[in-house]
Design a binder for this molecule. Structure first.
Ligand code: ADP
Ligand code: MG
Length: 368
């Protein structure tokens, strides 16, 4: 078990700043995911932890000790890539034994360890098979066993499932989490797939343009995005430009709420902490957090707004509704039996009740 710290690490390639002052403190046994779009610096960050890329600036520490000058093979890390690259000419057994043989471990130890690994991935009966005689999912499990056999201090995963089909990805992500939980090893997992990140992480670090935009639990990231990028990248969201009119008095320890005005709408949402009256903001509200009410149920409260249904799409388990509210198009997703009552409401006036509303600064408006 190892604590991993990244302290202001950066990597410059020519004029490209691939990683820009990343800080992270990952606890012993924690499972952290770097989530972000292609090109945001995830792989470069992971490879710096592995020692395969040298940082231009900053420090990497394992258990408090700076490892910048420790070569990759001495960092004792396990690395899993998209292409698991099993040795095609070696059996499952020999593939898993490989790292231990290189280390010169005694033969009896190797045998015990490989057996243990085979049991863990439930492939004991396939020890003598060649990789080509295994399914894609079985091959990836052998790759995981090979990575764990040498008992690394830290597990690093770079999009290990992205070459597999969806069903296999769904089962294997839980196998990875299960192996990590059982071995209690610190893990850093890189992906651009949010469903993967949400399913398996203790904490998610959302990356954008070489920086960590927000680090937090799944709930923090999903319900309390701190930046426009995070709110837009994770899940589906409505982004409504608005201006802050006031701060709602709150009790100590409770999140501060802001009153904002967007077109003709009075909205109220949680404040990430850096916003003042008069600021231009974006109000985010998720389509699944909006209720469609009867037009007659109009009440004069924040987050209850008039609208007119423009479009209804039945998608089976959900119904997607597009509502024009004071000239702003708002996406609503409705599920459960209530969704069926919406189907005949096209072109009708309705009320929307917006819940779990988040306010973030509109950086484009601030810059302008
Ligand atoms: N060896 C390299 N030489 C030059 N530029 C690189 C190199 N590796 C990555 N980059 C650039 O650094 C940025 C981040 O890349 P990467 O870490 O691979 O992103 P991700 O894994 O999030 O897709 C990209 O703009 C990429 O083109
Ligand atoms: Mg990558």
């Amino acid at each position: 078990m190892t604590r991993v710290q990244l302290v202001e690490i950066s990597k410059q390639y020519g004029s490209t700043l691939a990683v820009d002052g990343v800080n992270a403190d990952i606890a012993e046994g924690e499972f952290v995911t770097l989530l972000g779009p292609s090109g945001c610096g995830k792989t470069t960050t992971l490879r710096m932890v592995a020692g395969l890329v040298e940082p231009t600036a900053g420090q990497i520490r394992f258990d408090g000790q700076v490892v910048n000058n420790v070569p990759p093979h001495k960092r004792n890390i396990g690395l899993a890539f998209q292409s698991h690259a099993l040795f095609p000419h070696l059996s499952v057994y020999r593939n898993i034994a490989f790292g231990l043989e290189v280390k010169g471990s005694p033969k009896a130890d190797i045998q015990n360890r490989v057996r243990e690994m085979l049991e863990m991935i439930e492939l004991t009966h396939h020890a003598d098979r060649m990789p080509s005689q295994l399914s894609g999912g079985q091959q990836q499990r052998v790759a995981l066993a090979r990575m764990l056999a040498t008992d690394p201090r830290v597990l690093l995963f770079d999009e290990p499932l992205s070459a597999l089909d969806r069903n296999l990805r769904d089962t294997l992500k839980y196998s990875i989490l299960d192996l990590q939980r059982r071995t209690k090893k610190t893990a850093i997992y890189v992906t651009h797939d949010q469903s993967e990140a949400f399913a398996i992480s203790d904490r998610i670090f959302v990356m954008n343009e070489g920086r960590i935009e927000q680090a937090g639990t799944q709930l923090d990231i999903y319900l309390r995005p701190h930046t426009e990028f995070v709110a837009g990248f994770v899940g589906d969201n409505n982004a409504i430009p608005a201006e802050v009119e006031g701060v709602v008095p709150s009790l100590p320890g409770e999140p501060r709420l802001l009153d904002v005005r967007a077109a003709g709408m009075r909205l109220r949402g949680s404040d990430p902490g850096n916003i003042r009256v008069g600021d231009r903001v974006l109000v985010f509200v998720r389509p699944e957090n909006i209720d469609v009410l009867d037009a007659a149920s109009a009440v004069d409260e924040p987050n209850v707004v008039h609208g007119r249904i423009e479009q209804i799409v039945f998608e089976g388990p959900t119904v997607r509704v597009l509502v024009d509210a004071s000239g702003v198009l708002i996406k609503v997703t409705s599920s459960g039996l209530g969704r069926l009552t919406l189907l005949d409401k096209e072109r009708r006036d309705v009320m929307l009740r917006l819940q779990d509303v988040t306010v973030v600064r509109d950086d484009a408006a601030v810059a302008a």
